[in-house]
Ligand binder design. Structure first.
Ligand code: CMC
Length: 391
């Protein structure tokens, strides 16, 4: 009973108030806690941006040192967690492993799961930010048959992730500062994007009072979908399918005939440009130069697609510009990160956004359980029939 506004896909419904992230799609602007993304990408680093998203303000030097120390204290995984990885098939998708292992974390912290206790909430947020990169890296290593690795304190958050991914007992991964910086930018640019599908999932799960590890596991599950976290992976698959520069004109004909999309182009909210893409393009140039990959056929192909699309009337008329995932996929691939790890990397970067939204919601004394209504389209009332009487 009652009248509801019908808004499938939430195209016109604000589900909450939030003071974390602001997007102006028409102007191509993105702000974390009021700071333009361009300034954060240039001057901040991921961990500092995490502090900002979580606490609302940039940290002082002392606050940052303390935050860094707390994250380092929590970055190991309980040794029992390692048995969880071993229960998966070696070829399990790392996102499947992440959904399982992050959800399982709640079983390890029974004594600090009171969501009404601000200190418990804070420790859970720190644990998640600290442990999710470790979980992602171990999912990769298990898949490759590599022994598990450990975080190394003293490295930055992004350097540590590269170290956990690629170092072996025989050989330390020599962290390349340009690549670590590029990865750090990818993390900053993906850290939050207001009420997207996975963040809304985390909020809805959290509104029932579920613990934060369970809520973030729900967010990871939602992010896994190809319409959400899978686009950067799709860009690389598309480049492989096109194969080489000679095939670009035929591929573009197919795009215009709507047989397929140019992946990594277009955005629901950003209709003039995606501010994250501008930053990622510069980073992409830096990485390709650093690695001497400018002449690599795959990256030449990507640059050719970008050049054609930016000058072609089909794309200009429809305001279709490269989005962040067009370049981030190229950067991750150049760094040597396998395509199956692209979405896990998105998840590890978005963890801070999810937990910041969860914290904001739980701290609100007026919080209500999320309970959408529906327009019922089923049968009207009817009486139960005995099986013998059914047709
Ligand atoms: N390639 C070719 N044509 C396109 C594309 C594309 N990538 N994107 C949109 N169009 C066309 C579309 O066919 C339509 O043409 P027409 O007016 O002739 O019917 C027109 O442009 C408007 O598109 P739309 O589908 O109404 O736009 P939307 O806001 O519903 O879709 C989108 C946005 C991101 C889903 C879509 O652009 C797309 O599928 N892009 C490729 C996938 C992709 O890169 N996704 C990552 C988004 S960024 C990551 C994130 O922030 O989560």
């Amino acid at each position: 009973t009652g009248m509801f506004t019908f808004d499938p896909g939430f195209l016109a419904t604000a589900a909450c108030e939030s003071s974390i992230t602001f997007i102006d799609g028409d102007l191509g602007q993105l702000y974390y806690r009021g700071y333009p993304i361009e300034q954060l990408a240039e001057h901040s680093d991921f961990l500092e941006s995490c502090y900002l998203l979580l606490n609302g303000e940039l940290p002082t030097a002392e606050q940052f040192a303390e935050f860094n120390r707390k994250i380092m204290r929590h970055n190991m995984l309980n040794d029992q967690i390692m048995s969880f990885f071993k229960g998966f098939r070696r070829d399990a998708h790392p996102m499947a492993v992440m959904v399982g292992v992050v959800g399982a974390l709640s079983a390890f912290y029974h004594d600090s799961l009171d969501i009404n206790d601000a200190h418990h909430r804070e420790v859970s947020a720190h644990r998640l930010i600290a442990k999710v990169p470790n979980i992602a890296a171990q999912a990769y290593r298990y898949n490759k048959g590599l022994p598990f690795s450990y975080p190394k304190n003293g490295l930055t958050y992004s350097e540590n992730f590269l170290h956990m991914m690629f170092s072996t007992p025989c050989e330390e991964y020599k962290v390349n500062k340009v690549l670590a910086k590029a990865l750090d930018r990818i993390f900053i640019l993906h850290a939050d994007h207001e009420q997207n599908a996975s963040t809304s999932t985390v909020r809805l799960a959290g509104s029932s009072g579920a613990n934060p590890f369970a809520c973030i596991a729900a967010g990871i599950a939602c992010l896994w979908g190809p319409s959400h976290g899978g686009a950067n992976e799709a860009v690389l698959k598309m480049l492989d399918e096109i194969g080489s520069v000679e095939n670009v004109p035929a591929f573009m004909e197919g795009v215009k005939a709507k047989t397929h999309k140019l992946m990594g182009f277009g955005h629901r909210v950003y209709k003039n440009f995606d501010p994250r893409a501008k930053i990622m393009k510069e980073t992409c140039d830096e990485v390709l130069n650093e690695l001497g990959l400018r002449d690599d056929p795959k990256f030449q192909l990507a640059m050719k697609l970008e050049e054609i699309a930016l000058s072609d009337p089909y794309f200009i008329e429809r305001k279709l510009y490269p989005n962040v995932d067009f370049y981030s996929g190229i950067v991750l691939s150049a760094i040597g990160i396998p395509v199956s790890m692209f979405t896990p990397i998105f998840a590890l970067a978005r963890t801070v956004g999810w937990i910041s939204h969860w914290t904001e919601m739980i701290s609100d004394p007026g919080m209500k359980i999320g309970r959408p209504r529906q327009l019922y389209t089923g049968s009207v009332r009817r009486d139960y029939a005995q099986v013998a009487d059914r047709k």
